[in-house]
Design a binder for this molecule. Structure first.
Ligand code: UD1
Ligand code: CA
Length: 476
């Protein structure tokens, strides 16, 4: 018996009940596609080959695999003539395949790598020709039932629609995850017929055929039946997401992360959170986000592919592909767009939007600003209402703000432009020329007053009366 291991993942069905133009296996569950989750667990079993059977929307599935699992090969099943047919197509395309063949469906994303390892261990230890992963469930409706004899050995699997009343009462079901001996699988697939209610080639029939041919078959009952839950519609997708959320959050809390409200905390399987991070309610950490120790996130914050340094605080904010340095402070209501890099102890406050900007250590933009295509030096102070005018309608230009520069409120820095180290910009300026280090840039009209204008032009108004009171003039 060869010790080689391979895996066949069935993903040729469209998943009609998803009511989607996207194939079912590409729907997303906390940072990975359904298929991506399955492949990740399968990969941990160390298969030499991973073969994905594609059919409906094959181009989309192939493109997804090329990006996320380039090591997986695909086999095309033109018509979905049944699970047995799908595996037969895969085996025929790989005639040299030997050893153990793991078969799984592409829509069981909660399957744990440990469970597959146990299935394979039992299968190989008992020298079975086929071993099926089963689950004991409360509601077996619609699923294949595991038929055992008096001493508990597996006899066969019967589909719900082909089962008699006695078989329908069985609560142990087929997960559609199996380990097979390649040679026996190949031989028995060739003997499959379509004499069943759906007129399909059933992979499940391989077990009975193998047993009748004198081979050992067996079953492993999964401890946690949620692992083998499939996904057929969007309601089930939401249910799976909730279960996975619970798993991820429990693991993170065990590792030392504080979550005030795990129910409203959504952390992708791909995100990383260090011990002693505090997460307030309503937080989503997506993609390759990573939060370092002592940081505090939320409430109501969404971070996508964003790195948060130790001890940083991000409150009620939205960030995408941003980096928040150690001890930095973001929010409330900040919007960090791609390539926003905040150095340590930087501050970005309420209604500040940043994009493609480097904000130096200890620099501050505390309120109502737009900083794009810019460099902000260490300890610089960006006043309320400052805008880097980075776009001339055709091209983007950079703004360089020096160390400890001070940009007064409501100033527009029209790029390309620079403000030197230690320079000041007067409030309300529109800066179009570089300001040298240590200079003050002023660019605004001088103020003039017209004495007595209100008394002349707005006599008798509340303003006129208030002015007269202030000046101590009677008759106001
Ligand atoms: C299958 C099992 C059933 C088990 C259930 C668990 C069979 C006959 N039945 O039923 O015992 O309880 O899974 O969910 O195997 N697929 C293909 N090509 C095909 C047909 C299916 O790739 O020609 C893929 C589907 O895309 C899907 C998987 O195989 O990912 C399962 O197929 P499906 O038709 O949903 O099988 P079930 O009726 O759910
Ligand atoms: Ca089905």
């Amino acid at each position: 018996m060869s010790s080689e291991r391979s895996a066949i993942i069935l993903a040729a069905g469209l998943g009609t009940r998803m009511k989607s133009t996207r194939p079912k296996v590409l729907h997303e569950l906390l940072g990975r596609s359904l298929l991506g989750h399955v492949l990740r667990s399968v990969k941990a079993a160390g298969p030499e080959r991973q073969i994905v059977v594609v059919g409906a929307a094959a181009d989309q599935v192939r493109a997804h695999l090329a990006e996320h699992a380039p090591e997986a090969a695909t086999v095309f099943q033109d018509k979905q003539l049944g699970t047995g047919h799908a595996v037969r197509v895969a085996m025929e395309a790989n005639p040299d395949l030997t050893g153990t063949v793991l078969v799984a469906a592409g829509d069981t994303p909660l399957l744990r790598a440990e469970t597959l390892a146990e299935l394979l261990a039992v299968h190989e230890k008992n020298r079975n020709a086929a071993t099926v992963l089963t689950a004991v469930v409360e509601d077996p409706h619609g699923l294949g039932r595991i038929v055992r004899d008096g001493d508990g050995s597996v006899l066969r699997i019967v589909e719900h629609r082909d089962a008699d009343p006695e078989e329908l009462a069985i609560d142990e079901v087929n997960s559609a995850i199996y380990a097979f001996d390649a040679e026996v699988l190949r031989a028995q697939l060739a003997r499959l017929d379509t004499a069943n209610d759906q007129g399909e080639e059933y992979l499940t029939d391989v077990l009975e055929l193998a047993r009748e041919a004198g081979h050992a078959i067996g079953a492993v009952v999964v401890d946690d039946p949620t692992e083998v839950l499939g996904c057929n519609d969007r309601a089930q997708l939401a249910a799976l997401r909730r279960i996975l959320q619970g798993r991820i959050n429990t693991e993170l809390m065990k590792s030392g992360v504080t979550m005030e409200d795990p129910e409203t905390t959504w952390i992708d399987a791909t995100a990383k959170v260090a011990p002693d991070v505090l997460i307030h309610p309503g937080v989503q950490l997506k993609g390759a986000s990573a939060v370092d120790t002592g940081a505090e996130i939320g409430p109501d914050t969404t971070l996508t592919d964003t790195i948060v340094g130790a001890g940083a605080v991000v409150v009620r904010s939205h960030a995408d592909q941003a980096t928040v340095g150690e001890g930095a402070h973001v929010g409330p209501f900040a919007h960090l767009r791609p390539a926003s890099k905040l150095a340590e102890d930087a501050k970005v406050g309420a209604f500040v939007e940043t994009k493609n900007v480097e904000i130096g250590p200890g620099a501050k933009a505390n309120h109502l600003a737009y900083l794009g295509d810019a460099t902000v030096g260490a300890k610089a102070n960006i006043g309320c209402g400052v805008i880097t005018a980075n776009y001339d309608g055709v091209n983007k230009h950079r703004t360089e703000i020096g160390e400890a520069a001070f940009i007064g409120c409501d100033s527009v820095l029209v790029a390309p432009v620079s403000v030197g180290d230690g320079a000041y910009v007067a409030a309300g300026s529109t800066i179009v020329k570089d300001v040298e280090p240590g200079d003050l840039g002023v660019a605004r009209a001088r103020q003039a007053s017209l004495p007595g204008w209100v008394a002349m032009k707005r006599p008798g108004t509340v303003s006129d009366k208030a002015a007269k009171r202030a000046k101590g003039v009677s008759g106001g």
